[in-house]
Design a protein around this ligand. Structure first.
Ligand code: ANZ
Length: 958
């Protein structure tokens, strides 16, 4: 402490200082805990409470919950948590029953990797991290209902994650009803003959395994052999992004093989249409909706069959969105992995095969083989990259264009992906950019079938690029029995689709980019699947009474590695090593008594726990049901303006635009279809907060240096005598620029930190952290304190007097503005208005109690601790948390006066404060009577008066 500060401390022992803030904050946090201040009552079942509170409108305000990282929080993390807290507090004060709490998304790879390195059980390290994070969050004064908090690793939470998995496993999507139904209803259809089995045999005559296979084709959770990137050297499956362009692991540089692995999937594709349609009624940022729409990727088009020459049984089915350009299809491309390739490849190159088509190989088979190897090494992203140099090779086979009758060569090329459409395309090089580039490279013919609107002419061999347009006429497209010439694109599509359908060689279809969700991981630290396999390999659900299926202990968390070049190996999951856990004798309650089973040894992916956590907040201790239906309807159910129901405000980072939100929406819809919840959407309103950025300082070698030790001198930055550069970047340990909330709380208190984070700028915009600027908000609180408390005595200094007109006006304008800002999540402008009011009050010598009280109430959502303390000092026994938020008196809100400028001979001589509604006559009279104007006229007569009420009067003397 400096000497002057110390002196001030003596003169003003009751000043608002960091020490006083720390004392106030700790006391009120204890008070809130002891009194359950933030407990939100449920309407029935568990956690019921005050019926009056239940009767209020509800507000469910939620954050994307954190992963309890070992590094703890830096000041960037709580931005969203503070914002939702302010919003929740504001709604408590405006008469809502507010549910606000926070749990932990606690399964995940970091704890598992830490376990591999140190041998510490992931539960031990994760729980320690949770304790630390809870401490950090509590210090911020967040008004959470602590009874509703949990972590996804709690067995009585993941019991229900497993339970939901089983509901999904035990249902199918009925396309007629357009919803999920129990799988038994499907089995009953097979049993009654209402639905035929694939090979027509009666259901009764099938073995259990055969029936299981059939039902597996329908279940919403199903096991299938999925292609994966298997890296024996690391003993693990890799994501595409972890594999290098030459087919090796990024980490360790080991070979990676495409292998098929039995994995669990979620049939999210069944919900593609509903996931798309229901977006419309959600109050989400348009950008996020767009990302979801693109991810789902609905394309309307057609499937068209092309016969293969010399193979009467074979046909190539393509998916196209431009069936109107069918006459322009001059070659075809199959994905290199397409099943048909091997059966159509001839023994030798056909007569007249172009040299550039063969890739220099002696036979089609050799060419195909070599090309496939090359393609397998690329990721889908690389394959789709808009590179101009398209690669591929001729298969030696020809197909027939079904409308033109032309013979078209069939290629394989990696720009066609196996996982999209049918894995085969008709290539229309004149009108598709990728096909154009490919046709140029392989000297393939092109045919113009959409009339160019520019002056390039209709001979594609003279063009520089494809002519791609939806807004032009079809030309050059007449064949036997059908002509599209002269039609627009839309009409041509309809006409040709009808023609194809009539001949059963094609049909209009809708294709989705969305894929089923790969749901298993070869990891330890995740939810075990509640699935066991019998001796025939048939998967069985565990009965509900066996849930939760807890994670077993294992000796080693690391994956087993193999000879890096041995492709014939397969992953060994950590769970599979606990033989006692894996091999069990169980009575599943199906009347067949105890039998031997093998447990599933994969675990669920990280996403699982966050797919339904909003529901657990509602009824966190329910051990009988997922959630009490009345409680769910109360907090989540549909209502006016929220047709699908859902959380009233969900705040988190835009990085979760797609996967988490899509998965959670999918689970909601399944639970809704099966009647477990009344809300078909989890999150009605979504808001993405910006990021808190920080300056990164680097030395001449480009290494980040500790930001806290950098000095600024003469506009440059210095670290240990060396000049360093400054750039804005992310905040974090690795960039040595992390600032923790603990540091800021120690220096100024949590209320200052909260105010600073909210004042930094609009909530949805990224902003740079500046520790030196924090003091500004500290001063605001000091002035607020001084407006209410005598710093010398500690006594309340307000007076019981009527405020003057000016002050009332300032107060009510602030109230009006702050209300609108709070409801609109514009906390930065709310703070600006409160600051203005506070400054006004500072100038009033004796602060009227009514003004002080309302000032305290206004700031309470933002700075709750100091507000509680001042409220108590002002003589109130109850916590400020549930006090009504001030209401503006409209009479004081309108701008009562405007300034009118009075000019004489074009020079300003006076300013008048007038009512905005003042009339021309009144204004003229007032202006002419003003002493300054009279003086300026100095007895001269008046030639003309120009009046523009209420702003201007211009007097022209005679
Ligand atoms: C002929 C055609 C002509 C096409 C034309 C486009 C323009 P979206 O809109 O994204 O659904 N395609 C189909 N399956 C493919 C696959 N597995 N890999 C790569 N490309 C594939 O794209 C649909 C279009 O992408 C389809 O329409 C097809 O090319 C191509 F002037 O068919 B089109």
């Amino acid at each position: 402490m400096s000497e002057t500060n110390a002196a001030a401390e003596v003169a003003a022992p009751h000043r608002y200082t960091a020490a006083l803030a720390a004392d106030i904050e700790a006391r009120w946090q204890d008070f809130w805990d002891a009194n359950g201040t933030y407990d939100a009552p449920n309407p029935g079942g568990d956690l019921t409470g005050d019926a009056d509170v239940v009767a209020r409108p509800k507000k469910f305000v939620m954050d994307m919950f954190p992963y309890p990282s070992g590094a703890g929080l830096h000041v960037g993390h709580p931005l969203g948590y503070i914002a939702t807290d302010v919003y929740a507090r504001y709604h408590r004060m405006t008469g809502h029953n507010v549910l606000h709490t926070l749990g932990f998304d606690a399964f995940g790879l970091p704890a598992e990797q830490y376990a591999v390195q140190t041998g510490t059980h992931p539960r031990v390290s994760t729980e320690a991290n949770i304790v630390n994070m809870r401490r950090q969050l509590r210090r911020l004064g967040l008004g959470h209902d602590p009874r509703r908090s949990f972590a996804t690793i709690d067995p009585d939470y993941y019991k229900w994650t497993q339970w939901i998995f089983l509901r999904i496993f035990n249902s199918w999507y009925d396309p007629e009803a357009k919803k999920a139904r129990p799988i038994d209803t499907l089995a009953a259809q097979f049993a009654s003959g209402e639905r035929a089995t694939p090979d027509g045999r009666p259901w009764d005559g099938l073995t259990e395994a055969e029936r299981a296979d059939i039902l597996g084709e329908y279940r919403l959770a199903y096991a299938s052999d999925a292609p994966v990137n298997w890296c024996p050297g690391l003993g693990t499956v890799l994501a595409n992004e972890e594999v290098t362009a030459d087919g090796r692991s990024e980490r360790g540089n080991f070979p990676v093989f495409k292998a098929k692995l039995r994995q669990w999937n979620m049939r999210i594709t069944a919900y593609a249409d509903r996931l798309l349609d229901d977006l419309d009624a959600l109050d989400w940022p348009e950008a996020i909706k767009l990302q979801q729409r693109n991810w789902i990727g609905r394309s309307e088009g057609a499937r068209v069959d092309f016969p293969v020459q010399d193979h009467p049984d074979a046909k190539i089915t393509v998916f196209t969105t431009r069936q109107d350009t069918l006459f322009g299809a001059t070659y075809m491309v199959l994905a290199p992995e397409h099943d048909l390739v091997d059966s159509i490849v001839p023994a030798a190159w056909p007569e007249g095969t172009h040299d550039v088509w063969t890739g220099g190989h002696a036979t089609p088979a050799a060419a195909v083989d070599a090309y496939r190897k090359q393609a397998a090494a690329k990721s889908d992203v690389e394959r789709q990259a808009e590179a101009k140099d398209k690669t591929g090779v001729f298969t030696g086979a020809y197909a027939v264009n079904p409308v033109s009758g032309d013979r078209v060569p069939v290629f394989i090329a990696d720009y066609v992906l196996m996982g999209y459409g049918t894995g085969a395309i008709m290539a229309v090089p004149a009108h598709d950019g990728r096909d154009f580039a490919f046709a140029r490279a392989f000297e393939l013919p092109m045919r113009c079938v959409v009339e160019p609107s520019d002056d390039r002419g209709t001979d594609p061999s003279t063009w520089d690029d494809a002519f791609a347009s939806y807004d032009a006429k079809i030309v050059n497209s007449a064949g036997e029995g059908v002509s599209l010439n002269g039609l627009g694109v839309t009409e041509a599509k309809a006409r040709i689709t009808e023609w194809l359908e009539a001949r059963s060689i094609g049909e209009g279809t809708v294709n989705f980019r969305l894929r089923d969700w790969l749901f298993s991981r070869q990891r330890y630290w995740g939810e075990p699947f509640p699935i066991v396999y019998d001796e025939d390999g048939v998967a069985h659900a565990l009965p509900e009474s066996m849930l939760p299926l807890e994670l077993p202990e294992v000796e080693d968390y690391s994956p087993r590695t193999f000879d890096p070049d041995d492709a014939d190996t397969s992953p060994e999951t950590p769970l599979s090593r606990n033989e006692e856990w894996v091999n069990v004798v169980l009575d599943l309650g199906d009347g067949r008594g105890p039998r031997p089973f093998r447990r599933e040894t994969n675990t669920m992916p990280n996403w699982a726990g966050s797919c339904w956590y909003e529901l657990r907040y509602l009824d966190p201790h329910n051990s009988e049901q997922l959630v009490d239906p009345g409680t769910e309807r109360y907090w989540m159910g549909p209502r006016d303006g929220q047709p699908h129901g859902g959380v009233d405000l969900y705040v988190g980072g835009a990085e979760h635009a797609v996967l988490h939100l899509l998965y959670a929406r999918f689970w909601s819809k399944v639970l809704f279809d099966l009647g477990h919840v009344s809300s078909a959407e989890p999150f009605h309103k979504l808001y993405n907060q910006g990021m808190i950025q920080a300056y990164v300082y680097r030395d001449s070698r480009g290494i980040a240096v500790p930001a806290a030790e950098v000095e600024e001198r003469d506009g440059a930055y210095w670290y240990e005598g060396e000049k360093v550069t400054r750039l804005l970047g992310k905040m974090g340990k690795s960039l040595k620029n992390a600032v923790t909330p603990d540091e800021i709380c120690a220096e100024y208190g949590a209320d200052t930190l909260r105010l600073y984070e909210m004042a930094m700028g609009p909530l949805d915009v990224s902003r740079p952290w500046d520790t030196r600027a924090v003091v500004g908000q500290y001063r605001l609180l000091q002035r607020l304190w001084r407006n209410v408390v005598d710093e010398a005595t500690g006594e309340v200094s307000v007076v019981d007097a009527e405020p003057d007109e000016d002050t009332l006006r300032a107060l009510h304008k602030a109230i009006d503005g702050v209300r609108q800002d709070m409801a609109g999540l514009r906390f930065n402008t709310a703070i600006a208005k409160i600051t203005e009011l506070n400054n006004h009050v500072t100038k009033v010598r004796e602060v009227p109690r009514s003004i002080a009280e309302r000032l305290v109430l206004l700031i309470a959502p933002l700075a709750p601790h100091i507000a509680e303390e001042l409220w108590r000092k002002l003589g109130h026994d109850a916590s400020v948390v549930h006090e009504p938020f001030p209401v503006a008196d409209p009479a004081y809100v309108v701008d009562e006066t405007v300034t009118c400028v009075v000019q004489v001979k074009g020079k300003v001589k006076a300013r008048l404060e007038v009512a905005p509604s003042v009339s021309d006559e009144e204004l003229e009279a007032q202006a002419l009577g003003d002493p300054a104007v009279v003086a300026a006229l100095n007895g001269a007569g008046i030639r003309k008066v120009i009046v523009r009420a209420p702003k201007l009067v211009n007097i022209v003397p005679a």
